[in-house]
Each structure stands twice: as structure tokens, then as C-alpha cells.
Write a protein that binds this ligand. Sequence first.
Ligand code: B1M
Length: 212
Amino acid sequence: MSDYKALIEAVIKGDIKTAVAETQSVLDAGSNARDILDKGLIAGMDEVGERFSKGQMFVPQMLRSAKTMKECMKLLEPFFQEGDITSKGKVLIGTVKGDLHDIGKNLVSMMMEGAGFTITDLGVDVSPESFVQKAKEVEPDIVAMSALLSTTMPSMPRTIEALQRAGIRDKVKVMIGGAPVTEKYAQEIKADSYASDAGSAVSKAKNLLGVS
Ligand code: B1M
């Protein structure tokens, strides 16, 4: 059993060098990537969030921790690739308007890509109009939205309404997720699916499209 204490500490401190070295060292010791992600990197970010809520950490430190996590994720990325040749479906993904959080969204993209979906990633702060414009262009099977702020969640129903106005709501499935988002909210705004984490986003996407 690996101990992720040093990795968690390095993520909290935003110590990129130590965190990357620790990630490599637990990988070399035989830990699996999923475990490192969940029990090391995400556990560290959860503690960062806690400390931020209590006023013990501030935005610049949060940013540094986010950068640290991103650098470590680069080492884990190859382990999430399943190497499928044919696409399981097209996914258009973005973090909604007003929201700059992209770590969770990138993780969802990465896992979906690894599971064989073709991803178009619009990045962060994506307006309903941008989702619609790109959806017309790439004709995705799934429009996937991420929100990390309770204040940006209303951009999700706005995007669904915009898809409706553009006449493409019936041609796509809508999946939503992000820390403040819930299954109940997904039902309220008539999204087709909600996923609580990147792993379940993959299985829910497969269910939505009826692929295995
Ligand atoms: Co922000 N931030 N932040 N932040 N930040 C939170 C989200 C917060 C909970 C911290 C706190 O107060 N405890 C809080 C939100 C409160 C709320 O509204 N409920 C908050 C706040 C308030 C803010 C600012 C307003 C702070 C300020 O300026 N005063 C500001 C807003 C900026 C903006 O977006 N307009 C802000 C800024 C930032 C940084 C830029 C400094 C940085 C983001 C850097 C980046 O992303 N490039 C940041 C960070 C790092 C965080 C915390 C600490 C970590 C987020 C994260 O990356 N988690 C976060 C606290 C926390 O979540 N513990 C916090 C790790 C990531 C893997 O998890 O993103 O949840 P997550 O993704 C998960 C699932 O949610 C799910 O799968 C992922 C992995 O399994 N998922 C999906 C996500 N999207 C999905 C989509 C799907 C399905 C599943 O389908 C489509």
C-alpha cells in the first residue's frame, strides 16, 4: 500500500518539483494511476479547497496547487489511454461561462478520450453561443458542461435553451458535472445525464450512446 502523504503535502504547498518527483516515485513503486489521482492529487486539492474556505489559503496559492496538479497529471495521462481505434462518439466539452476552473473538465476530457471518444474541448468561460456555434460545426453526440461555482451553474440551463433555440437540442445528449452540480439539478434543467466524477462520466457517456 502506497502512502500518498508526501504527494498530498506537495500539492497543498504547490511544490511542483516535489509533487512531480513523488508522483513518479509512487508510479515506480507500482501504485496505479487511478489511486494516485484519487488518493493523492484530488485528496490534496480537496484539502486546498477546505483551507481556502477557512481563509487559511488564498487564490495565488490555489493557483499554484492547481498548476502542481496539472504537472503531475501529465505523468498519469498515458495510463488512462485505452488505445481504441474507432471513436465511440463525439463529445463537445467546456467549462461554462464565467467559470475558469478547468482541472476537473480536463480530467473528464482525458478519461473520455482514453476510453475512445473524440473530444472537442472549448476550454473555459464558454458562452452558450460558443457551445451552439461549435455544436453546429462538429455535430457532437454529447455536449458536456462543467461548472465549479454555484454562481455559474445557471449557464448550464442557458446553454440548453440556446441549443433548443438553434434547433439542435434533440440531436445531442447533454451531460453536466462539477463539484456543486447534482443529479437533482440535472433533472431540473432537463440535462440527459449527470456524472459526479471523471470515471463515471465515461460510463454515463457510454450509456447515453449505447456503446460499450
Ligand atoms: Co476555485 N473555487 N475559485 N479556483 N477552486 C472552488 C471550486 C471552491 C469550492 C473553493 C472553496 O471555497 N472551498 C469555491 C466555489 C464555491 C462555490 O461556488 N460553490 C471556489 C471559488 C469561490 C473561487 C473564486 C470565486 C475565488 C475568488 O476569486 N475569490 C475564483 C473564481 C474564478 C472563476 O472561475 N471565475 C476561483 C479561482 C480558482 C483558481 C483559478 C485559483 C483555481 C482554478 C485553476 C484551474 O482550474 N485552472 C481554483 C481551484 C484550484 C479551486 C479548488 C481548490 C480545486 C478545484 C479542482 O481543480 N479540484 C476548488 C475546491 C475544491 O473543489 N475542492 C475551488 C480537483 C478537480 C479534479 O475536481 O473540478 O471537482 P473537480 O472535478 C471533478 C468532478 O467535479 C467531476 O469530475 C472531476 C474529477 O473526477 N467533474 C465532472 C467536473 N466537471 C465535470 C463534468 C462532467 C462530469 C463530471 O460532465 C460534463
